[in-house]
Ligand binder design. Structure first.
Ligand code: C2E
Ligand code: CA
Ligand code: CA
Length: 746
């Protein structure tokens, strides 16, 4: 502009010099011509002035153009968004930055409603603000923040500055300046989160690069007892418990230097002097150039979680009743013991302890007495052990004792184990106080030795268990050692069990018949005795398989088979005059007798074969009948009602009283063969036999002696009043064909 003025000034000077020169020239001419010259001159001056004015105009036009361009550039490329809205909130203009910010082309913005660029949640607020601004009359600037939404749905935060104006034609317009403040908002949110986190459950401590505390949170105060004022400016050493040595802290700071952080458990001291466990995490904070600025420590008081962890550990590994280790803990310790045995060469032992008849006590005295007994037992067992030995309760009335560091020689180790076992047996023999009564128990112990990895844990436990059963079988209150022979007989038993299953289906059982005679030697009946025709072992006596059949429950189908065959035999005998009066005795085992459908089974066999039930005699033993007296009497009476007879087998070996015998609907007592055997020589057996016979007579029962092998025995029995006999003297148990031959001879 100033340049243009300067140029104009120069031009004007040149024009004036020119005019002065022509005036000099005119003064020297004639007067008529003078006026003409003057006019011409005036004209010329006018023309120059006009030209100058033109030039001035052109120049100002140029500068106007330039400033408009400048304005447009400034408007379009300003780093913030400018826009104007009409009175009905339509966009009337917007700069390029605004279009870029909203991510829309200008033509799609002009004359469109601006509200659609607000995030839905802020739209209502925008409407209210807009209405307010348009109604106001004082033209004051308004500012606010709002969440915005671009055409593609993405969100950003904007800060608004708005000014209502009135155009020349009095139309209202809202001028808006807005800019993206998303980053600021994000930073604010982060700060808010950081502030919340800082005031969290965990204690926090911030120290400067020199380790001087600059700030702590409320949880820090709760945990340590120190207020912020008391610790700011101090060193965290004031929390030191003195439980960690220098080395601990050297390692800690080394780790922080190397890796930037350290975490772990540490003992610290509260303001009141109490020492507590804490989980500590220290992080070094560096600036962008990697220069250490601060340390931030988070600390958690783990006193409670420690306690809880200990409690959980206890629950998981200890028996709540006796507080002894449980099976799981034993299973954890056993491999360690075995490993240690492999290092030292020393042997260990496992003792399996089982209280005898605990179930009966529990049922009769009640569970709280049972619990009390188990607790006292646990204490007594513990008292018999050395430190380092383990006693665990497996559950119920089963305990396991694990001994370690025994001799490296097996025999010596076994002796050492036996001593401990005997000590335990002795300790448990002393009476227990239960409900103010003295109560005595016995215990069976099975023991097995172990050394380095010689057997698996399961095997070891099994061995101890087997030995314990052996102890029980051998009469209880005993200790038995496992030995491999025991194992092989166990294996053989398992095999036999399998074969026994198959035997029923394969029809490998047979009944043998042993004759029973009266005082005159005349046959009155027989006892049916089972035999197993084993495919490999040949004829197998019942002693080899009846107890196994009892244990496995196979005795039930076997017993039913026996009754069925016996009834079939009675039916066959009924057809023959010689045999139609013979009775047939059948042995019944406890399991079979106590089956709920036993009466029905017998009844159906009697019906099926249509026999005279009076000729079928069931032979339970005393122990069978002792089991549940009420039920037994009911069963027997039900069978008696059908007509079935009863003989009491092995009489004299049990403990039944006269009182008890009276209740049973018996027909016959069978003197056990053990009394008959030494009858001729043993005075006490003679006394016994006499008593039994007298008892039978007083109860109005028939009496029969079994195992009669000699004439002398028969004579002694007969002279004491026994009139029925069974034994090798009259005939062995034999197959039916042979039996019928024998009958014809007697
Ligand atoms: P038990 O009922 O006491 O049978 C008598 C046992 O004495 C029979 O042995 C018989 O052969 C034997 N015996 C008979 N007379 C004499 C003799 O003069 N001297 C000697 N030394 N022994 C004699 P067995 O047949 O080996 O039967 C043994 C046991 O097996 C029976 O004892 C019985 O308890 C059981 N049993 C046999 N058959 C059956 C059955 O079918 N069912 C059930 N549950 N048990 C049976
Ligand atoms: Ca018998
Ligand atoms: Ca017998």
């Amino acid at each position: 502009m100033s340049n243009a003025r300067y140029e104009q000034g120069q031009l004007r000077k040149e024009a004036e010099t020119q005019l002065a020169r022509s005036r000099m020239h005119l003064v020297q001419s004639q007067p008529g011509e003078d006026l003409l010259h003057e006019l011409l001159h005036e004209l010329q001056v006018h023309q120059i002035e006009l030209e100058m004015q033109n030039e001035e105009l052109r120049q100002s036009h140029i500068s106007l153009e330039e400033s408009r361009d400048r304005y447009v550039d400034l408007f379009e490329f300003a780093p913030i968004c400018y826009l104007s809205l009409t009175g009905d909130a339509m966009v009337s203009e917007i700069n390029l930055t605004g279009c870029i910010l909203l991510d829309v082309e200008r033509k799609q913005l002009i004359n469109r409603r601006f509200s659609k660029f607000f995030a839905p949640k802020d739209r209502d607020r925008w409407h209210r603000l807009f209405m307010n601004m348009m109604e106001q009359t004082n033209f004051e600037k308004q500012s606010f923040d709002s969440a915005m939404q671009r055409a593609d749905g993405s969100l950003f935060y904007a800060h608004f500055n708005c000014l209502r104006r009135e155009l020349v034609d009095a139309q209202p317009v809202l001028r808006i300046v807005l800019f993206d403040i998303s980053e600021r908002k994000l930073a604010e949110a982060k700060l808010r989160i950081a502030a919340t986190v800082f005031e969290s459950q965990e204690g926090m401590l911030v120290a400067d690069a020199n380790g001087v505390i600059t700030c702590v949170n409320a949880s820090f105060t709760n945990i340590t007892g120190y207020s912020a004022e008391e610790v700011i400016g101090k060193n965290p050493h004031i929390l030191s418990s003195g439980r960690h040595d220098k080395y601990f802290f050297t390692v800690m700071w080394d780790t922080i230097k190397r890796t930037g952080s350290w975490k772990g458990e540490i003992w610290n001291k509260r303001k009141n002097g109490a020492i507590y466990p804490e989980y500590l995490c220290i992080t070094a904070v560096k600036d962008l150039d990697g220069v250490l600025q601060n340390y931030v420590a988070t600390l958690t008081d783990i006193t409670m979680s420690r306690k809880a962890a200990e409690e959980i550990q206890h629950l998981a590994y200890y028996d709540p009743l006796t507080r002894l280790p449980n099976r799981r803990l034993l299973m954890d310790r056993l491999p360690l013991a075995m490993a240690s045995s492999s290092r030292t060469g020393k042997r260990g032992a496992l003792l399996f302890l089982d209280l005898d008849n605990f179930k009966t006590l529990n049922d009769t005295l009640g569970h709280s007495s049972g619990d009390s007994l188990l607790k006292q037992t646990a204490l007594r067992i513990e008292a018999c052990l050395r430190e380092g030995d383990t006693v665990a309760r497996l559950g119920g009335d089963e305990f396991i004792v694990m001994l370690e560091n025994l001799s490296d020689r097996p025999l010596e180790a076994a002796q050492q184990t036996e001593i401990v076992g005997k000590k335990i047996l002795g300790a448990l023999e002393q009476p227990f106080q239960l409900n103010a009564y003295d109560y005595r128990i016995t215990i069976s112990i099975g023991a097995t030795l172990f050394s380095a990895h010689q057997s698996s844990i399961d095997e070891l436990l099994k061995q101890a268990d087997i030995a314990m059963y052996q102890a029980k079988k051998s009469g209880r209150n005993l200790q038995r050692f496992f030995d491999p022979q025991m194992q092989s007989s166990i294996n053989a038993r398992a095999k036999l069990e399998e074969e026994l299953h198959a035997a029923i289906k394969a029809g490998q059982f047979k009944l043998y018949y042993q004759i029973q005679v009266n005082g005159e030697g005349t046959a009155v009946g027989a006892e049916a005795l089972i035999r197993w025709l084993h495919p490999q072992l040949g004829l197998t006596p019942p002693a080899c398989f009846i107890s196994l059949a009892e244990e496995t429950g196979l005795i039930v189908p076997i017993g039913n088979w026996v009754i069925d065959v016996a009834c079939g035999q009675l039916k066959a005998w009924a057809r023959n005059e010689l045999t139609q009066g013979l009775t047939l005795s059948v042995n019944v085992s406890a399991k079979q007798f106590h089956q709920t459908d036993f009466v029905a089974q017998v009844h159906s066999a009697v019906e099926r074969h249509a026999i005279n039930p009076m000729l079928l005699k069931l032979e339970p033993t005393e122990s069978v009948l002792l089991e549940n007296i009420e039920e037994t009497v009911a069963t027997m009476n039900a069978l008696k009602a059908i007509g079935i007879k009863f003989a009491l087998d092995d009489f004299g070996t049990g403990f039944s009283s006269l009182q008890y015998l009276k209740k049973l609907p018996l027909n016959q007592l069978k003197i056990d063969q053990s009394f008959v055997k030494d009858l001729a020589t043993d005075g006490s057996d003679q006394a016994m036999v006499r008593t039994i016979i007298a008892m039978a007579h007083s109860l109005n029962l028939e009496v029969i002696a079994e195992g009669v092998e000699t004439e002398e025995q028969r004579f002694l029995l007969q002279s004491n009043g026994c009139n029925h006999f069974q034994g090798y003297l009259f005939g062995r148990p034999i197959p039916i064909a042979e039996f019928e031959v024998l009958l014809n001879k007697t």
